[in-house]
Design a protein around this ligand. Structure first.
Ligand SMILES: NC(=O)c1ccc[n+]([C@@H]2O[C@H](COP(=O)([O-])OP(=O)(O)OC[C@H]3O[C@@H](n4cnc5c(N)ncnc54)[C@H](OP(=O)(O)O)[C@@H]3O)[C@@H](O)[C@H]2O)c1
Length: 159
């Protein structure tokens, strides 16, 4: 697909049932995974939807680009874009860019990402927000690091 950008990675923690959140917060607290998220994304720009920004705020040490349809929206410590392509253009020169959610933004970013870092959480929580399906036609699992209660899984785009 011509829109794929080699520097774009999506990073998400996903329940067995595909749930990633209830619309406000994450459905679990996995401190090991929060540390993994921090060390993986540190120093790299992050792209997120406005609702995810509302739930986690601006994280230190990382350039944050927030996507919103609201004209005039702003928040301290973040850059604003009004579409995903606009956000990705802002960070086109970065060696690595992380799309950090949430569900609405992950769905759009599937067409651009070259890599997925998925924490498979061994829970099936209630929640209305889900991760998009990972189609094996497009994605191949290249690494799996098992831990009690979760696994860190890497997918690379085929071809
Ligand atoms: N488990 C995980 O790894 C993980 C990671 C991140 C988030 N989450 C969870 O996911 C949930 C939030 O996800 P969500 O799907 O509700 O929202 P989201 O994707 O974080 O944000 C959606 C918002 O982004 C903006 N947006 C999306 N597409 C746009 C576009 N094409 N152009 C311009 N603006 C656009 C809109 O903001 P405006 O409304 O301002 O226009 C939209 O309301 C929370 O529960 C959070 O905890 C989980």
């Amino acid at each position: 697909m011509s829109t794929v950008l080699p520097n774009v990675t999506m990073i998400a923690a996903v329940g067995r049932n595909g749930v990633i959140g209830d619309g406000l917060t994450m459905p679990w607290h996995l401190s090991e995974d929060l540390k993994f998220f921090k060390r993986t994304t540190m120093g790299h720009p992050m792209v997120m939807g406005r609702r995810t920004f509302d739930s986690m705020g601006a994280l230190p040490g990382r350039r944050s680009i927030v996507i919103t349809r609201q004209t005039g929206w702003s928040a301290r410590g973040v850059e604003v874009a009004h579409s995903l392509p606009e956000a990705l253009a802002l960070v086109a020169g970065a060696e690595q860019v992380f799309v950090v959610g949430g569900g609405e933004v992950y769905r759009q970013a599937m067409a651009y990402a070259a890599r997925l870092l998925v924490t498979e959480v061994d829970q099936s929580p209630d929640g209305s927000v889900t991760f998009p399906p990972i189609d094996p036609v497009d994605w191949v699992e290249t690494a799996r690091d098992e831990h009690p209660g979760f696994a860190w899984v890497t997918y690379e785009r085929r071809g």
